[in-house]
Design a protein around this ligand. Sequence first.
Ligand code: CAA
Length: 258
Amino acid sequence: MAFVELEKKGLIGVLTINRPEALNALNDQVISQLSEVLDTVDPGETRCLIVTGAGSKAFVAGADIAQMSKLTKEEGTAFGKLGNDVFRKLETLPIPTIAAVNGFALGGGCELSMSCDIRLASETAVFGQPEVGLGITPGFGGTQRMARLVGPGKAKELIYTARNIKAPEALAIGLVQAVYPAEELMAEAEKMANRIAGNAPIAIRACKKAINDGLQTDMDKAVEIEEELFGSCFDTADQKNAMTAFLEKRKHDPFENK
Ligand code: CAA
């Protein structure tokens, strides 16, 4: 059973969590398959990855509550690590990632979306971290990424109250970058992915690394990270192609990822 599907569409990939009968809830099989599928993404061939959920109702409705209900303390810790390791793999994927949030993104689903670089939502999307209503903390990075994305005060309010929010509020607090009618979401996500895919891939990878690594450190170290990555771009054919074309007042050749 393929709980995670990867479709290649030219220079972009669409990864779908495919367990619609349980609103794409993440059990250990889904999480393991997600890890395996992420390992197959070749940054040489795929320049941007969209992550979405199967069906029209849910992106991902969270970690699998039936499975979690029976866990011991040790198993709970191991389940958290399983999810965290895979979400970290997604977060540090060398290519840009866009979550196309097409419905419920609760608990582990909200956390999955926050492990992507950019979140686009349908008007029907619902975000939330309902864990404290189930007697647990967010377990796949929610306490950490929510606070970094929307600030500690708003993250604490949402996590302590376990309040769900609809797409317009998610947009207002900066959790998502844009909201579209449900039927337009995937086309808009693909439009953005293709636009990203048309830019210099090595430079984009360097931007992702600079932003992600820089946010984990102080500004003095962060600008050093940027300097090194900025410098590394001058070793690429794509930089020479684009700058020469600019000076010759013509359009640059397609980027070659070199
Ligand atoms: N785990 C397991 N099964 C789930 C699930 C989940 N997180 N979410 C939905 N399902 C299943 C339901 O059990 C139901 O299965 P059956 O048809 O076999 O009964 C099916 O999906 C459809 O769900 P509903 O009938 O509940 O659909 P609804 O439209 O009435 O409600 C919903 C939709 C509000 C999203 C509701 O399903 C819900 O509240 N789901 C749970 C959301 C949640 O609490 N998520 C957080 C989990 S904890 C977590 O994720 C921890 C972590 O950080 C790692």
